[in-house]
Design a protein around this ligand. Sequence first.
Ligand code: GLN
Length: 194
Amino acid sequence: MVDKNIEKTGAPLVGVLSIQGDYDAHIKTLRKLGVSYKNVRDGEDLDKITHLIIPGGESTTIRIVSQAEGYWDKLVDFDRPVMGTCMGSILMAREIENPSREGWGMMDITIRRNAYGRQINSFTEYGKIDMSDKPFEMVFIRAPKIVRIGYGVQPIAWLNDEIVGARSGNKIALTFHPELTGNPVFHELLLNSR
Ligand code: GLN
């Protein structure tokens, strides 16, 4: 449930899950956009926000913490706009591979963790996004791959014809890190989602 004051003012308050990972980079981007934000550290914080960002990091850690602290189910039921980058995209998925796990099921996708192998753990490349004709800089850090997209899921970003970003309603999953390259188009896309 969204806090009554937010419903009254209609101003966005973007929550950034701040347990572990690169949440500060997302906060810097939101500051640049002049948007109010809140570090989300527990289930109560989730009730107070209008939008949610799940940063890059280690999905195993967030899985353990959100289950132990009792807000895993709240994320499964979360109906407001969400953007997940890298680790975030993993947890948003319905199915996770390597190892096989359930995610929050925010999007009907299957995602494979650490899918670029051990040697090429991290790299920067220019890919395509549906919002612009210009090549888009993408940073991949021990990145996953979206290996299946289901009904109602629309690809929005590609690297060499592989899908690296997808959208389903008000949910956005990106396997790269737009928060590390200074272009805020995906943060704006999230803010424009209802
Ligand atoms: N490989 C990490 C995981 O599985 C994700 C990496 C990232 O978020 N940069 O959680």
